[in-house]
Design a protein around this ligand. Structure first.
Ligand code: SAH
Ligand code: SF4
Ligand code: F3S
Length: 482
C-alpha cells in the first residue's frame, strides 16, 4: 500500500512563527473624539459600505460592527460608489478566499483614485494574519483592523476621516483573550433566522488551518448574555437561531457545557428552532446527542467535519480522532437522534495523501452517507504548521480527487433526498419563493429546502407538509392536516 511507504521527514524546519509580535499604531484619540462629537451634534454621519467574505462568524461580526457604527451615527449604503468609508471583512481560509478578497480591494483602489477622500479599511482574518504586510504592499489602504479590535473602529475611522489623503494607514490587530463583544447586540437584518455567536477563537490548531492565528484563543460567552441576545432577537420576530463558533461543542461557561447552553436557548419563549455549527468530533459528547434527541426545538442536523478518512492523514492534520472513532460517533448520533441529517467538510490532496488514503476518504463518505458536504482542495496557508510541509500533490491530481469526491457526494445527496419523498414533516416559512410568488419557501427541521403553495399562512409559521417531489435539491411539499 502506498500509504505504508517510508516517507521523508514531514515537517521540515521552517521559520519560527512569533505570534507575540503585536503591532499597534495608535490614532490620536483626542483629535478623533472631538471630530466625532462635532459630527454627532450635526446628526449626519458618514456613509459606510461593508463587504463581507468568509464564514458565518464574519457575517455575525459585520452585524456587530453595524451596531457599533450605527450607535455612533454612521449610515449604511449598499454600494461602494455611494460610501465615504468601505470596509472589506476578509477570509483567508483557503487561497481562493484570499484571492477573492484581495481582488475586491484592488477594485477599490481604482475608486480611490477617483475619490482620494474615500476611506478603505481591511478587517477580519486577512487583516489579522497579514497586518503590516498589507500596508506595505497596498499603501492606498487606510485601516487594518483584526477581529478582536472592532470596538476601536469608530475612533479609528474618525481619525482617518480627518486625516489628509496620503497619511500612512492605521493598524490595530491586538488579539484579546477576553474580547467577546458580549453586550453588543449584532444588528439584525430582519427575517426569521439569525446567527448568535457563543464561542470565539479556536485552540485546536489543525495543521492546515489559519483560524487559530486569525481569531486567537478560544473563549465562551457567558450563558446569560447569550440568552439575552436570543430573547432580543425573538422580540424582533426571529424564530430560528443558529448558535455559532468554530467549535461550538467546546463551549464552557462556569460549569455549563454546550449541551446545557443549547438546552437553555431552546427554552426561550417564542423561539421555534435552534441549530448550531460547527462541531468538532473530538468534543462531541453523548450528553449533547441526548439533548438533541430529546428537546423538540433542537433541529436534528449535525455538521461534523471529518476532513479525511485516513488515520495517518488525520494524525498529520492534528485531528485527534480516528476514522473508527468518527464512525462510532455517527452511529451513536443516529441511535440517539432518529432521522438526523449529517453534513461534513473534507479536504483532498493534503500533503503526502496517497491514492489509497484518498480511497479511504471516499469509502468513509460512502459509509456515512452524508446528506451534504463541503469539499475542498488543500491549499497551504500562512502561519500554519502544514505550510512547512511540501505541498506535493499536483494541482491536477487534487482536482481529479475533488471531482471524484463531489460526484460521489452528489449521488449520495440525491439518494438521501429521494428517500425523503412521501415523508410527513414540517417547514418553518422563511419567505416567498424567489422563483414563484405563489409559493412559500422554508426548511424542514433537518434543513432541507422546501417550497409549498401559499394559502393564508404567514412568514414565521411552522406548517405540516408532505414532501412530494424533488426539483434539483429543493422539495415541493404539500400542506397536510395533522
Ligand atoms: N471549525 C471548523 C472549520 C472551519 S474552516 C472545524 O473545525 O471543522 C471550514 C473548513 O475549511 C474546514 O473544515 C476545512 O475542511 C476547510 N479548510 C480549512 N483550511 C483549509 C486549507 N488550508 N485548505 C483547504 N481547506 C481548508
Ligand atoms: Fe481550524 Fe481546526 Fe479550529 Fe476548525 S478546529 S477552526 S479546522 S483549527
Ligand atoms: Fe475565513 Fe476567518 Fe471564517 S479565515 S472561514 S472568515 S474564521
Amino acid at each position: 500500500m502506498e500509504g505504508e511507504k517510508k516517507c521523508p521527514p514531514l515537517f521540515v524546519e521552517g521559520e519560527k512563527i512569533d505570534m507575540s509580535e503585536l503591532v499597534t499604531i495608535q490614532p490620536d484619540f483626542t483629535r478623533a473624539q472631538t471630530a466625532r462629537s462635532r459630527r454627532s451634534q450635526s446628526g449626519n454621519g458618514p456613509a459606510v459600505y461593508i463587504r463581507t467574505y468568509g464564514c458565518q462568524m464574519n457575517v455575525s461580526d459585520t452585524q456587530t460592527i453595524e451596531t457599533l457604527l450605527a450607535d455612533d451615527g454612521y449610515q449604511f449604503v449598499d454600494a461602494p460608489e455611494h460610501a465615504d468609508i468601505v470596509l472589506v471583512n476578509t477570509c483567508m481560509i483557503r487561497e481562493t478566499a484570499e484571492v477573492r478578497a484581495l481582488g475586491q480591494l484592488a477594485n477599490l483602489s481604482a475608486l480611490k483614485k477617483k475619490n482620494p477622500h474615500l476611506v478603505i479599511g481591511i478587517i477580519g482574518c486577512i487583516a489579522q494574519a497579514k497586518r503590516k504586510e498589507i500596508l506595505e504592499e497596498q499603501p492606498y489602504i487606510d485601516l487594518v483592523v483584526g477581529p478582536d479590535a472592532y470596538r476601536k473602529l469608530p475612533v479609528l475611522l474618525e481619525e482617518r476621516l480627518i486625516s489628509p489623503p496620503g497619511t500612512p494607514g492605521l493598524l490595530e490587530t491586538t488579539l484579546l483573550r477576553e474580547e467577546l463583544y458580549d453586550e453588543i447586540v449584532p444588528h439584525h437584518q430582519g427575517g426569521i433566522t439569525a446567527f448568535v455567536t457563543v464561542i470565539r477563537g479556536c485552540d485546536k490548531f489543525c495543521t492546515f488551518c489559519v483560524v487559530p492565528r486569525t481569531r486567537g484563543r478560544e473563549r465562551s460567552r457567558p450563558l446569560p448574555s447569550i440568552l439575552r441576545e436570543v430573547e432580543s432577537l425573538v422580540s424582533q420576530g426571529v424564530k430560528d437561531v443558529t448558535l455559532l463558533g468554530q467549535n461550538v461543542d467546546s463551549y464552557r461557561w462556569e460549569d455549563r457545557d454546550f449541551a446545557e447552553c443549547l438546552k437553555a436557548v431552546a427554552q426561550v419563549d417564542g423561539l421555534k428552532r435552534v441549530r448550531f455549527m460547527t462541531s468538532h468530533p473530538a468534543d462531541i459528547s453523548e450528553r449533547l446527542l441526548d439533548v438533541m434527541g430529546t428537546v423538540d426545538k433542537i433541529c436534528p442536523f449535525l455538521h461534523l467535519p471529518v476532513q479525511s478518512g485516513s488515520n495517518r492523514v488525520l494524525d498529520l492534520m492534528n485531528r485527534p480522532y480516528t476514522r473508527e472513532r468518527y464512525l462510532g460517533i455517527v452511529k451513536t448520533a443516529r441511535e440517539k437522534v432518529p432521522g438526523i441529517a449529517l453534513s461534513t467538510d473534507v479536504i483532498v490532496g493534503f500533503p503526502t495523501e496517497s491514492d489509497d488514503e484518498f480511497q479511504m476518504t471516499l469509502d468513509l463518505v460512502q459509509e456515512v452517507g452524508y446528506d451534504s458536504a463541503f469539499m475542498f482542495k488543500y491549499s497551504a496557508r500562512p502561519l500554519t504548521k502544514a505550510e512547512r510541509l511540501r505541498d506535493d500533490i499536483p494541482e491536477i491530481l487534487k482536482a481529479e480527487r475533488l471531482g471524484r469526491l463531489i460526484e460521489l457526494q452528489q449521488e449520495n445527496s440525491h439518494r438521501q433526498n429521494e428517500a425523503q419523498l412521501g415523508k410527513q414533516t414540517s417547514i418553518l416559512i422563511e419567505g416567498i419563493s424567489p422563483k414563484d410568488a405563489a409559493m412559500w419557501t422554508g426548511r424542514t427541521p433537518d434543513f432541507r429546502p422546501v417550497v409549498v403553495s401559499r394559502n393564508g399562512e404567514s412568514i414565521g409559521d411552522e406548517i405540516p407538509v408532505q414532501l412530494r417531489e424533488l426539483i434539483g435539491f429543493t422539495f415541493r411539499g404539500e400542506r397536510i392536516n395533522r
